[in-house]
Design a protein around this ligand. Structure first.
Ligand SMILES: Nc1ncnc2c1ncn2[C@@H]1O[C@H](COP(=O)(O)OP(=O)(O)OP(=O)(O)O)[C@@H](O)[C@H]1O
Ligand SMILES: [Mg+2]
Length: 303
């Protein structure tokens, strides 16, 4: 691949993203080099957004698979249609491709989310396909992968229940990019892009929702806070609430309570409390809200 091509590709993809220049460049370099990669980061940190933009630019499919205990090698590879097997016996013709074989045949990216939740034999099947760039399917034969086939895995570093510790042989076969949360400027940019919240009220809601959402990531009683998805929903729900309650300006009397109500709906299910914390999501959110609007009002949007 020519470096000038990849530069132009990078620039076109970057136009769809807020920030993430470095992560995009590194991911793109890895896949353009013909390599597979694991993206390790908490939920809502642009992993899918980047991959969708890259595969759209390359004009290839992006196939999603969720890694969990039920993801058997057969589910990943495919199976023979049992009714047809009864009638016709096994043949290449009655094989129904699973996502791995489909990605290989179409030259797509196979995107395995929560990779570390998949059983070991499934991971081994995948590693073999990655190494050989072809897969041997019984009664079908050897299926080669098209050039652009890649395996992209994702993992949540906070996720340690029901996961398998990946063996060193798995790690040795994958590249890895750690992605974290973006800064508050970028998160405000994302929320503005996804909500189109208008005017002074919209601006205040975006700033407050992003600040409050970010605060859930630093609270001592919270093991994992909310991603930017919580802030997006908070702004959208607040906008509707504002209509219902006749609030049109961040200076209006009910504004702060409205933000709390939207927070409770949009963030309480997205925060995961520490097992040892003797509190409730609502109580923790109320503390974060008080801290933002009452103890440190300078940090809050004007109004
Ligand atoms: N850099 C970005 N530019 C524009 N929008 C973004 C960006 N990052 C995230 N978003 C938006 O935030 C939301 C979550 O992003 P995304 O789906 O890419 O996260 P993810 O890392 O795939 O999360 P998960 O691990 O939960 O699948 C989406 O609505 C997406 O549009
Ligand atoms: Mg995703």
């Amino acid at each position: 691949m020519q470096t000038t091509d990849i530069g132009a590709t990078r620039d076109r993809i970057a136009a769809h993203l807020v920030g993430r220049e470095r992560e995009l460049e590194l991911t793109l370099a890895a896949v353009a080099a013909g390599r597979d990669i694991v993206l390790e980061g908490p939920p809502g940190t642009s992993k899918t957004t980047m991959l969708k933009a890259i595969t759209a630019e390359w004009g290839i499919p992006l196939l999603f698979v969720e890694g969990n205990a039920d993801l058997t090698p057969a589910k990943l590879v495919g199976h023979h249609n049992p009714a047809r097997v009864l009638r016709e016996d096994y043949s290449a013709d009655n094989f129904v491709a699973g996502p791995l074989v489909e990605a290989m045949q179409t030259g797509g990216f196979l995107y395995i989310e929560e990779f570390n939740r998949a059983p070991e034999d499934t991971l081994n099947t995948l590693l073999a396909a990655m190494a050989d760039r072809s897969i041997a399917v019984p009664r079908v034969g050897s299926i080669p992968a098209l050039d652009t086939f890649r395996v992209i895995a994702s993992m949540n570093p906070y996720d340690n229940q029901g996961t398998t510790r990946l063996s060193t042989s798995v790690h040795d076969r994958l590249n890895r990019l750690a992605v974290g949360y973006q800064d508050d400027d970028a998160e405000r940019g994302i929320v503005a892009l996804r909500t189109d919240a208008p005017g002074a009220l919209g601006e205040a809601l975006i700033a407050d929702a992003v600040a409050l959402t970010r605060a859930t990531r630093d609270h001592p009683d919270i093991r994992q806070g909310s991603s930017v998805r919580g802030a997006i929903d908070c702004v959208l729900v607040s906008g509707q609430l504002a209509g219902l309650r006749g609030i049109s300006d961040p200076g209006d009397a009910g504004y702060r309570e409205l933000v709390y109500d939207a927070m409770a709906v949009c963030l309480s299910g997205r925060i995961h409390l520490d097992e040892a914390a003797e509190t409730t999501p609502e109580r923790v959110l109320r503390e974060i809200w008080e801290d933002h609007f009452i103890l440190h009002p300078a940090a809050a949007a004007p109004g």
